[in-house]
Design a protein around this ligand. Structure first.
Ligand code: ZN
Length: 383
């Protein structure tokens, strides 16, 4: 199946934004004439992408609604980490159809054949024809040139200028897009998650390392050279702990899960992971309180700067841990409140939640979905 024509994309985008719609609603939302909608919907139904639902709603004249067909097309997402990789298959509305854990794939040349066989196997294992896979997204930590689908630099993977998108696309015979992992997570939140209604939002991904992404309007803001959102390496304690990036005192050295674990080790705590620290702090352990307080305060000072600078509607903090609303989150919120102008206080909703299972890989799949189907009309190329 080729990439849809522009007005087909407008129609698919409208349904992806609003859910099942009548032909009249599609026409209004997509800015396409009713006659063109009728013709395009007929073609998209024939291709198996859309179907007519039985649902008829509204007080006025009943209308049959048009919705995505479940499993009509699939998008694969691969999340690459130095120690592990995860693959998911999602449908056009972001539902996860299947997940597979794959071994570490640090050598770029090894990825295309492994990915090709893993996608085919996962499709078959979940009862789908591998030919239904329309595109692939790959997420990686570091700076990515999304236009060229190249990983410019990933300290964690030890990569520089790896044209992984083209390498994989040539092997798989499918569009393959590379994205920074926090950007991928944010894209999923925008298309299918908590930020779907937000006009602007920032996302901070707290894992072993920290990632950040910013959406302004419908657009992921990448900055001049693709480095926008790199909050991990904002200096919060000048001359502080050495960071993997070569600087000192970056946010990553205080508020990442790895940093908190190291601090807990230095304090001779028996249990050093984040959830154990929150549990110990709730019992009044002074060392655990100090570590979580420092981490929450440093993160809060950066979130305050984001709020003050961008005035986003929402800030989503995604935490790869269970205890998301303990001392760490409370101190972070207090620091934000203390460091933004009073009139901006409580205007931006900040929520801290657990990063769902498979979220990074599903985020990568949403990049493929976005590039294939859902790019809003404003982003379409006119040539
Ligand atoms: Zn750093």
């Amino acid at each position: 199946m080729d990439s849809p024509a522009p007005h087909h994309r407008r129609i698919l985008w409208a349904i992806s934004e609003a859910g099942p719609l009548s032909r009249t609603e599609i026409s209004e939302m997509a800015g396409v004439s009713k006659a063109a909608v009728t013709g395009a919907v007929k073609e998209l139904i024939a291709q198996g992408l859309l179907h007519e639902t039985d649902s008829i709603r509204g007080a006025g004249r009943p209308a049959t609604l048009i919705a995505f067909s479940s499993g009509s097309c699939l998008f694969a997402g691969l999340s690459l980490r130095p120690d592990r990789s995860r693959l998911v298959l999602c449908d056009a509305v972001g539902d996860i159809m299947g997940t597979a854990d794959l071994p570490s794939m640090r050598t770029p040349e090894s990825i295309p054949p492994l990915l090709d066989s893993a996608i085919k196997k996962l499709a078959r294992d979940t009862g789908f024809d591998p030919d239904k896979v329309m595109g692939v997204g790959i997420s990686v930590s570091g700076v990515v040139n999304a236009e060229q689908d190249t990983c410019v630099r990933s300290t964690l993977m030890g990569w520089e200028n790896v044209p992984l998108g083209k390498m994989a696309a040539d092997y798989l015979g499918l569009p393959v897009h590379i994205e920074n992992d926090a950007n991928a997570l944010a894209m999923r939140e925008k298309l299918f998650g908590a930020a779907s209604e937000a006009a602007s939002f920032a996302l901070i991904d707290i894992d072993d390392g920290i990632g950040g992404a910013v959406f302004i309007g419908r657009n992921l803001f990448r900055g001049f050279a693709g480095g926008a959102g790199e909050v991990a390496h904002i200096t919060v304690t000048p001359g502080g702990i050495p960071c993997q990036c070569g600087k000192r005192g970056c946010l990553d050295t205080i508020s990442s899960l790895r940093a908190m674990k190291l601090a807990a080790g230095r304090a001779n705590l028996k249990e050093t992971d984040f959830d154990a620290l929150e549990a110990a702090a709730a019992q009044g352990d002074p060392a655990a309180v100090e570590i979580l307080h420092a981490a929450g305060d440093a993160l809060g000072s950066i979130v305050a700067q984001i709020v003050q600078m961008l005035n986003p509607e929402r800030v989503l903090i995604r935490l790869s841990a269970e205890r998301c609303n303990g001392l760490f989150a409370a101190v972070m919120q207090q620091t934000v409140d203390a460091n933004v102008l009073p009139q901006m206080r409580n205007r931006t909703r900040i929520d801290v939640a657990k990063t769902p299972f498979g979220a990074h890989a599903a985020g990568a799949a949403s990049i493929a979905t976005h590039r294939f189907l859902l790019a809003p009309p404003s982003q379409e190329r006119t040539s």
